[in-house]
Design a binder for this molecule. Structure first.
Ligand code: ARG
Length: 577
């Protein structure tokens, strides 16, 4: 059930009946305060202005035709023209029974789209660091959400697996006669990479050899290809371990790195030239873009092919957009890349649009995010100023969670401790990131994220185990199907029911905006509502059979919703805590 859409349709009908000629789609929002009802229509003012009417008059006119019989117990008009809707508890109860019968928590169907989500995207020969954390965590919550709604989701791990660095690496491995590639760890590979880069910058001869290898690699030389594949393999094998530890759904099947688009480049550059978009300029091939991407009126030149024939990060991304539109038939492409690449993507899209690679109905969206900061408000680094490796961060999360659990329960068996610490530690770290509006920087603070109070994973995981313990105590299976209809007897149960029914709206909003913090805020509110309900409504002590059963149903739906919500965020639950 999507109450928002449902009410919006009702109001739309009333508008037509009241004589408005056009079919308007009024804005219906969840009310911010109880005194404004459960939902509020706030688009009368704008519409009245457009029609040159008084907003109150218009609201009255619509209200007269509004048929919410059995749905709302009252609808109020307040100045300057808001309609406040107070829903009927009996109707809410009916909706609760409806969604308990359905799977997917009654989430209403959507128009299925093919959605490409570009996320995580680490670079080969480098360990993943905190910079890739946000993209990985937020992107993964998004693919889970979109898939849950029924979309055809394509995970695209756009790894950095192409470029001059491979020439350097191959030349270096050659020079140092390093042969046992199978046993190279990613950590060691990164050290080799740094040394190779150093040699490249300092030694002209070495640089020449490195460039030769790049050309060989590009021309499909067997030996170079094999080595290159091995380097990619070492990197992604290590990264896969991190993905699995973090409960990230990416697999090796989702790797669609920069190399994938390289054979498209010659034709694409010719095409851009023939369309007069790309021109020769001082040995390089350049596309000149207008002011959209830079504030002044001057044209910005974007190089797409260097004088040695090499293509660039931008060229690859243009080919990549083309591929996603033409071959993958994407309806929507979401990029989870940090905000520093905003201009880069804007340029890529402008080129792709101008070249006609993006059909009109395809949406390109940069879902950018800010940085992770340390407690001092500066970019999050180790004490010695180095970037923090993702693997170290995960270890620390689990260590802290282990200490927390041991504090409360010193005699816990080892295996159990390990499982719980992983679920809590990793869950808390992911949640801390997901709960923030992604557009801003945020301060990474272990103490806050592992707290039982406030908007944390622990708070929600705990609320979930609380419901489970009620069912255990009552000796009722959590999956039990209750007969008889729900009866909402108290204010707290009405509030809880309303919240449960808003799951649909929440998932749809997350999918639309690409902002998982909306789900976090929802789950936090739901957990708090449940807590208030539980404190006032003594579920197991309740004498009235009908009321007791209704309470149990609400609790059951709360557990299902919390679990589903956390699953969409990629966070696991525990049965006991
Ligand atoms: N590998 C890049 C980096 O680490 C991120 C790639 C993002 N995706 C893209 N289509 N450009 O910065």
């Amino acid at each position: 059930m999507n109450i928002q859409n449902f009410l919006s349709q009702k109001i739309s009908q009333a508008m037509l009946l009241s004589g408005l000629s056009e079919n308007y789609r009024p804005q219906v929002c969840q009310s911010e305060q109880a005194k404004f009802g459960h939902y509020q229509v706030n688009s009368m003012m704008a519409l009245a202005k457009k029609l040159n009417l008084s907003p109150i008059k218009l609201a009255k006119q619509v209200l007269e035709k509004l048929d919410l019989h059995g749905i709302a117990k009252k609808v109020e008009i307040i100045s300057p023209g808001f309609l406040n809707i107070f829903l009927e508890p009996k109707w809410l109860a009916l909706q609760i029974d409806n969604i308990l019968e359905k799977n997917k928590l009654g989430v209403t169907p959507i128009k299925k789209q093919t959605i490409v989500v570009d996320y995580s995207s680490p670079n080969v020969a480098k360990e993943m660091h905190v910079g890739h954390l946000r993209s990985t965590i937020i992107g993964d919550a998004m693919v889970r959400t979109l898939e849950f709604l029924g979309h055809n989701v394509i995970r695209a791990n756009h790894i950095g697996d192409w470029g001059t660095q491979f020439g350097m690496l191959i030349a270096f491995l050659e020079e140092k006669k390093i042969k046992n590639y199978e046993n190279i760890t990613l950590n060691y590979l990164e050290i080799l990479y740094r040394k190779a880069k150093h040699a490249y910058d300092k030694d002209v001869k070495f640089a020449e050899r490195a460039r030769d290898y790049v050309v060989k690699l590009q021309n499909g030389d067997d030996y170079c290809r094999k080595l290159w594949k091995q380097l990619v393999h070492i990197t992604m094998k290590q990264n896969q371990i991190l993905y699995d530890r973090m409960n990230i759904t990416l697999t090796s099947n989702n790797i669609m790195g920069e190399s994938l688009y390289q054979n498209m480049m010659p034709d694409m550059v010719s095409d851009l030239r023939s369309k007069k978009l790309a021109v020769q300029s001082q040995d390089a091939v350049v596309v000149f873009l207008n002011a959209e991407c830079n504030k002044s009126s001057e044209l910005t030149g974007v190089i797409i092919q260097k004088k040695d024939g090499a293509y660039l990060y931008t060229t690859t991304d243009v080919a990549c957009v083309k591929y996603r539109c033409e071959t993958l038939h994407a309806d929507r492409i979401l990029y989870y890349i940090d905000s520093r690449q905003k201009q880069h993507l804007a340029q890529v899209w402008q080129i792709a649009h101008k070249a006609g690679y993006v059909p009109e109905n395809v949406q390109l969206e940069h879902h950018m995010f800010g940085m992770m900061l340390g407690k001092d408000g500066k970019p999050f680094k180790t004490r010695t100023g180095n970037t923090i490796k993702l693997s170290d961060l995960l270890d620390e999360a689990i260590n802290r969670a282990t200490r927390l659990v041991l504090d409360k329960n010193p005699d816990i068996p080892k295996q159990k401790l390990k499982t719980i610490a992983e679920i809590i530690g990793i869950g808390s770290m992911k949640y801390a990131d997901l709960a923030k509006n992604r557009t801003t920087n945020y301060i990474f603070d272990w103490d806050n994220m592992l707290s039982l109070k406030g908007n944390t994973a622990l708070y929600i995981q705990y609320a979930y185990t609380r419901v489970l313990s009620i069912f255990r105590k009552a000796n009722i299976d959590l999956k039990k199907r209750f007969n008889g209809s729900t009866y909402l007897s108290s204010n707290h149960s009405v509030e809880l029911a309303l919240n449960l029914l808003q799951f649909d709206e929440t998932v749809k909003k997350v999918a639309h905006d690409g902002m998982p913090h909306i789900m976090c805020a929802y789950l936090y509110a739901l957990s708090s509502k449940f807590s208030q309900f539980y404190e006032t409504c003594q579920i197991l002590e309740e004498k009235d059979k009908k009321i007791k059963q209704s309470y149990l149903k609400l609790a059951q739906l709360t557990a299902k919703t919390l679990k589903q919500g956390l699953t969409l965020l990629g966070i696991k639950t525990l049965d006991h805590m």
